[in-house]
Design a protein around this ligand. Structure first.
Ligand code: GUN
Length: 285
């Protein structure tokens, strides 16, 4: 039976580290770390995410400022706000919650955020920095996955790593991070032909395809580390991941549950990125 990777515990440890450093910045430099959170419209899922991000800021001692804009906000108005936040010294990190309403070009908005304040690491400059291994921030979910793998004590060097999913937010940066840690990386996606065979070679398997219980135990190598990035609903409407936990845990060496695996890590890493941004902007190491 697989050991369960406890994302709640690992994320709590990250947040504790961040809180301790934030307190030190305040005591020694009089600096209060600030995150601006922008939400446009009233998507209920986005509202929950934004509330959780604000709560996390409070828990680690950051100032969070919410900008809740109307659904009908124009792209120009949003770009104006981003520009104001780029120039506001009290704002160290800017997070524009996605998705944006259809009439707004997401790319234009991401490109407008100062790369130094882009705590999601979505700006092309930050994406490029990740590619060459010279980065300040990592996108929150793949960074959280790396931290979970690290928590198992399994060394990535020389291991067969398989990533299922090629999104800009998870799959692609995840592959780069595993490569930087000397893994031998294969990226699979919806057009991959021999998916099961490839999965069976994986010592480390990261699944981010958004299909409920897609990866089953017969696709997993004995003893593998299995990280499930999925947040899906099963046939009964119950929250589940991209991995069929029941069959997978019988074969894997380590596995993340859903919920309580990758989910809590994403916000913890956002806090870490915001702290890093504040330190960089004020020249503190
Ligand atoms: N929407 C869903 N996930 C994310 C995320 O990580 N960052 C932002 N900005 N929006 C999201």
């Amino acid at each position: 039976m697989a050991k369960i990777i406890d994302g709640k515990a690992v994320s709590a440890a990250v947040k504790e580290e961040v809180a301790a450093e934030a307190a030190k910045l305040k005591d020694e430099h009089g600096l209060k770390v600030g995150l601006a959170v922008v939400i446009v419209g009233s998507d209920p899922a986005s509202r929950v995410y934004v509330n959780n991000k604000k709560k996390a800021c409070e828990a680690v001692g950051f100032r969070s400022t919410e900008y809740a804009l109307d659904e009908n906000t124009t792209q120009e108005q949003l770009l104006d706000l981003v520009n104001v936040l780029n120039n506001d010294k009290a704002v160290n990190g800017i997070l524009v919650q996605l998705p944006l309403p259809k009439h707004i070009d997401e790319k234009a908005v991401i490109n407008a955020i100062s790369p130094e304040k882009d705590v999601d690491a979505f700006h092309p400059v930050n994406v490029g920095r990740i590619m060459i291994g010279d980065y300040a921030f990592l996108p929150c979910t793949p960074a959280g996955v790396m931290r979970l793998i690290e928590s198992t004590g399994v060394d990535i060097t020389g291991k067969q790593c398989v990533v299922i999913g090629r999104s800009n937010i998870v799959g692609k940066p995840q592959a780069m991070l595993l490569l930087q840690k000397n893994g031998t990386v294969t990226v699979c996606h919806s057009r991959t032909k021999n998916l099961k065979e490839i999965c069976l070679t994986a010592d480390i398997l990261v699944v981010a395809i958004g299909k409920a219980k897609f990866v089953t135990g017969d696709m997993i190598k004995e003893g593998a580390v299995v990280i499930d990035v999925g947040m899906d609903r099963d046939e009964n409407g119950k929250l589940c991941g991209d991995v069929d936990f029941e069959s997978a845990e019988k074969v894997a060496g380590y596995i993340t549950p859903v919920p309580g695996g990758v989910g809590p890590m994403t916000i913890a890493m956002l806090m870490k990125n915001t702290l890093t941004a504040a330190k960089q902007q004020s020249g503190i190491e």
